[in-house]
Design a protein around this ligand. Structure first.
Ligand code: SF4
Ligand code: SF4
Length: 172
């Protein structure tokens, strides 16, 4: 169901908080020397990221019943995410998004979509081997891709070896 004015206002406020948290978290990671991959490619609007939105939560949210219930209540009542699975090992909740129209593969409330939808797949760029959804038009790019590529070019490698290494090292 499309967002009305009240839900749009609540979500706009939540989006501000989301961006603030994101900024603080990424500044902390940068201060600790974490260097994520760069984001290459572009969104193809395939909507694969709308099929089963998933959120990894803090251990407290996972374990404390009140926090867990509040989190899931917010996801359902505000974001329109209905819980379909809870993966204990990854502390991840998987949802069905009620804004997603599978026939047209579109979002009925795109302008007020949550921050996590806007941010995908940037959070994955902190992983050692980012696994983006199959078909996603984005791709991780190594920060020093140009220098590594030059180093590969200077080696006596076959085209096949060069291609495989470039793929494994996220050079293109
Ligand atoms: S809110 Fe919109 S963009 Fe986000 S998962 Fe649902 S359909 Fe996709
Ligand atoms: S999966 Fe990737 S390409 Fe597809 S809509 Fe989401 S961000 Fe865009």
């Amino acid at each position: 169901m499309q967002d009305g004015p009240i839900r749009r206002t609540v979500k706009a406020t939540a989006l501000g908080v989301f961006h603030l948290n994101l900024w603080a978290d990424r500044a902390r990671r940068a201060a600790l020397g974490e260097r994520p991959y760069r984001l290459g490619g572009a969104c193809r609007r395939c909507a694969a990221c709308c099929e089963a939105p998933a959120v990894r939560v803090h251990a407290l949210v996972w374990l404390a019943p009140l926090l867990r219930r509040s989190f899931l209540w917010w996801q359902e009542k505000v974001n329109g995410f209905v819980l379909v699975d809870a993966r204990r090992r990854e502390r991840t909740f998987v949802f069905r998004c009620t804004h997603f129209d599978r026939a047209t593969r579109s979002c009925d409330s795109y302008a007020s979509r949550p921050g996590m939808c806007r941010d995908y797949p940037r959070a994955l760029l902190y992983q050692a081997s980012p696994e983006l959804l199959p078909g996603c038009g984005y791709r991780p790019l190594a920060r020093n891709a140009a220098a590594l590529k030059r180093a590969l070019d200077a080696r006596p490698l076959s085209a096949e070896q060069r291609e495989r290494l470039a793929r494994q090292l996220y050079l293109e």
